[in-house]
Design a protein around this ligand. Structure first.
Ligand SMILES: NC(=O)c1ccc[n+]([C@@H]2O[C@H](COP(=O)([O-])OP(=O)(O)OC[C@H]3O[C@@H](n4cnc5c(N)ncnc54)[C@H](O)[C@@H]3O)[C@@H](O)[C@H]2O)c1
Length: 336
């Protein structure tokens, strides 16, 4: 059994708490829940027979704790990861590691130096449909990959205060799709071009951000990837990917709550996409935690480490620059 501490018991922390105590129950003892602010921390910890801790330092200096699952806000990740790896703990951290390339590289070095499992939660890689489509692409079943397109339209949409303070659409939302492009192509991005506008939230223009964007990425392998991303769709959480190869194509369509199609002479009706990320990606959140625990227990490599996270981070930074300067941006322009 490994002793795990959950750090940050907010929205996503409580999702991972569930996985740790159910799907991983054979391998994990939930030792501690640490949250600086959550008013119901003591009750939550007692419900899960875990210790309630307010100060991260008390987690780090406890030799009984083997691993941390970090679900604190993005701007705290680098600090918490750095301290945790240095204290000799295995680390799962929610995405992104950091918006800084330098800090992301530092995390990769630290994980290597301390020989600890480090997994960053790019959960799309752990979604069964996206993963199956990726296996079809990388196994060569559709021949040589030519183009790849990801769609990511949010629903019901985040509040404006969040959008103004999250690092922008590329670093916050498009990052997931850029990571999927890397996962499918297994190639290095070379050049990007991004366009965008702020229609639903015009206030975003004041910070140089957009609420709808289109990004095109040329990879060294020759594959052309693209992403359409919107902060809001009226009909549900629209999440798809499609790939065209020289011998065929593969499509991963939306998940719906039922699969009924209903037709009359007036037209055809079917269910809308799922109502948000917590329902659409619930399985993938569990799968990534199981993967992290398996890597520790079986001494196998992390399925999503810091070096792999660098590709999407560079693409997101290049897209941001492309939108700002209205030009194509070479990935080599993005320096630590
Ligand atoms: N992969 C995904 O699909 C996905 C979805 C949602 C959130 N996230 C990521 O998860 C992270 C958390 O998001 P959230 O929506 O759960 O946030 P949240 O605000 O709901 O929860 C964060 C919690 O961390 C606690 N906290 C803050 N600083 C702390 C510290 N130093 N030590 C201990 N506790 C601390 C806060 O009190 C709060 O309870 C973000 O980085 C976000 O990008 C990822």
């Amino acid at each position: 059994m490994i002793n795990v501490a959950l750090v940050g018991a907010g929205r996503i922390g409580r999702v991972h708490l569930e996985s740790l105590t159910t799907k991983c129950a054979n391998d994990v003892n939930l030792h501690t829940i640490c949250d600086g602010v959550a008013p119901d921390l003591e009750e939550l910890a007692a419900d899960h027979k875990a210790k309630a801790v307010r100060d991260l330092e008390d987690v780090l200096k406890n030799p009984e704790i083997d691993a941390l699952v970090i679900c604190t806000p993005t701007d705290t990740h680098f600090n918490v990861i750095q301290r945790s790896l240095s204290a000799g703990k295995h680390v799962f951290c929610e995405k992104p590691i950091s918006q800084s390339l330098r800090e992301t590289l530092d995390v990769a070095e630290l994980a290597e130096k301390h020989k600890k499992v480090f997994l960053v939660g790019y959960n799309r890689r752990f979604d069964l449909n996206y993963r199956k489509a990726q296996e079809i692409v990388t196994s060569g079943k559709i021949g040589q990959l030519q183009v790849l397109h990801a769609t990511n339209y949010d629903y019901p949409g985040a509040p404006l205060e969040y959008l103004m303070d999250c690092g922008g659409i590329f670093m916050d939302q498009v990052l997931h799709d850029l990571d999927l492009l890397r996962f499918y192509t297994q190639s290095e991005p070379e050049v990007v071009s991004a366009m965008g506008n702020a229609n639903a939230f015009p206030e975003l223009r004041t910070i140089g951000d957009a609420d709808v964007v289109n990004c095109i990425i040329q990879f060294k392998s020759g594959v052309i990837g693209s992403v359409d991303c919107s902060r809001f769709a009226t009909y549900g959480y629209d999440q798809r990917i499609e790939a065209l190869g020289t011998k065929g194509g593969v499509w991963s369509e939306n998940k719906t709550t039922d699969n009924i199609r209903y037709s009359t002479s007036g037209g055809t009706l079917s269910d809308n996409p799922m109502p948000g990320f917590l329902t659409r990606y619930m399985d993938s959140y569990a799968n990534e935690i199981v993967s992290f625990v398996n890597s520790i227990v079986n001494n196998t490599p992390s399925e999503m480490d810091a070096l792999e996270a660098i590709y999407s981070l560079k693409m997101a930074a290049a897209c941001k620059l492309s939108l700002k300067e209205k030009r194509m941006v070479e990935i080599s322009e993005i320096k630590p």
